[in-house]
Design a protein around this ligand. Structure first.
Ligand SMILES: [Zn+2]
Length: 463
């Protein structure tokens, strides 16, 4: 089904902050992967109809930062209460050896993508840094294959490192700068589509600016990516460690360091950005540098709360992201959105955005969260053809079915997918006009088989 009419939704949200709600009953027509009309529409002769009575339509979520291979590294007991640096040493470095087998990597990617699809996510940007010289499979191809199989848009942020990590297994041996640049170039040649409705994108994404390569190499990486027309992505200012490092080694803030090395601009976005001072926020706004906001991972690792209401007020591009499953035991966009909605209200610094003296409750509205998680994410990724629902945009939307008891009694049902918490069932997830999820299931997917595959690999990884 690629041409059809979504009929009678109770409400439709556009993703646009200035004009979010279209009150129902509202209909939406899909033609050739795009939105052809929104309004009060009559079915055309022979047109297929998706009955959305009582349902809420949001733009499909845009996940702006992930590490899909970590989908088999959830809840590792020896690391569940550790902060970032010891957690990295306990989880992502040692366990990488387990992913020398393509099947482990593929199962992890599949688990992560299915989990995201079942939350209503249509576009996934994955920071894929499990790359090392002499790998005997092609991880970039696996990611694109799995995303295409499901029908999701996929942005490969090709990570990696040119400096060794402490106590690293052979799977974390660095590439040379030439190997890293050639890898990015090879992936771009095979997979990158610059169009605003692209199903496949490639981004140059060294894993962490200050530990994964030398400062000099950073500038070369930026120039190389821009020469290929690729965006830049990395981690920044997740913890105080980044601040200390920038001050001690370069006598400046992490954002000043990034600017000196040509890593700011409307074609750059960073995951986390928890610890930004006022000058850094202003610099991000002035340069159009974006944030992939990961509230659950930041809370889980005790990293802090990013100043998102202030970033939005300043005009910084902000998208929502789940981060890897090793620091977020479930990676779905609905629990991330719920956490985002609550976290900034609990943050005492949010008071001045509340619109009333002394209160924080208005710091982040449900509309703000939906905007950030959809249109905001699309802007951060430069995918202008998705993230909002309007005529001509990609037909990427989630039709939420408010059929659980948690949704009974709502005076404003349209806020439910974010405000009520839990996973709201999907009547459908549509991406580029294709039905990816139907009646809360992925058609043709052997979910029990996938659970068994994941359990088998968890047993192997623990050995
Ligand atoms: Zn990350």
């Amino acid at each position: 089904m690629t041409d059809f009419l979504v009929r009678g939704a109770a409400e439709l949200w556009t993703g646009r902050r200035d004009a979010m709600r279209v009150r129902g009953p509202v209909d939406l027509r899909v033609r050739a992967g795009r939105i052809a009309a929104i309004g009060s529409l009559e079915p055309e002769p022979g047109e297929r109809v998706l009955d959305a009575a009582g349902c809420i339509v949001y733009p499909a979520w845009v996940n702006t930062h992930h590490h899909l291979f970590q989908s088999l590294l959830k809840g590792i007991p020896e690391a569940i209460d550790l902060p970032l640096v010891p957690w990295l040493g306990a989880v992502t470095v040692p366990y990488r050896a387990g992913f020398r087998d393509e099947d482990a990597f593929r199962v992890a990617v599949r688990v992560g993508l299915v989990e995201l699809a079942l939350s209503g996510c249509g576009t996934v940007a994955d920071h894929q840094y499990h790359v090392y010289p002499g790998m005997d499979y092609d991880p970039s191809a696996v990611c694109f294959e799995e995303a295409e199989r499901l029908g999701l848009r996929f942005v490969l942020c090709r990570g990696g490192q040119t400096l060794p990590s402490a106590d690293a297994p052979p799977e974390a041996v660095p590439e040379t700068l030439e190997q890293f640049l050639a890898g990015v170039e090879h992936d771009a040649a095979r997979f990158h589509d610059p169009s605003p409705h692209a199903m496949r994108r490639v981004v140059s994404a060294i894993t962490t600016p200050h530990t994964s390569c030398t400062s000099g190499e950073l500038r070369e990486i930026a120039r190389h990516a821009r020469g290929l027309g690729l965006r830049l992505h990395s981690h920044l200012s997740e913890t105080d460690d980044y601040l200390r490092w920038a001050r001690e080694h370069h006598g400046c803030s992490p954002i000043e360091f990034a600017e000196r090395h040509e890593w700011l601009g409307p074609d750059v976005w960073y995951a986390h950005m928890v610890h930004l001072d006022d000058d850094e926020l202003r610099r991000c706004a002035d340069t159009g540098t974006g944030i992939a906001h990961c509230p659950q991972s930041n809370a889980r690792l005790g990293s802090g709360i990013a100043r998102i209401p202030e970033a939005l007020a300043a005009g910084v591009p902000v998208g929502l992201a789940v981060d890897g499953a090793a620091s977020n035991e479930a990676c779905d966009m609905l629990s991330e959105a719920h956490a985002c909605w609550l976290t900034h209200r609990a943050d005492p610094r949010s008071g001045r955005f509340a619109g009333q003296p002394g209160g924080h409750a208005g710091a982040m509205t449900v509309e703000d969260v939906v905007h950030v998680g959809t249109a905001g994410g699309a802007r951060v990724l430069g995918l202008d053809g998705v993230g909002t629902l309007a005529v001509g945009q990609g037909a990427d939307f989630a039709v939420y079915d408010l059929r659980e008891p948690r949704h009974f009694g709502l005076h404003d049902p349209a806020v439910a997918p974010v405000a009520s918490g839990g996973r709201t069932p999907l009547k459908a997830l549509v991406v580029a006009g294709r039905v990816v999820v139907e009646d809360d299931a992925v058609p043709g997917l052997d979910l029990a088989g996938l659970r068994d595959d994941a359990a088998r690999w968890v047993r192997a990884l623990r050995r």
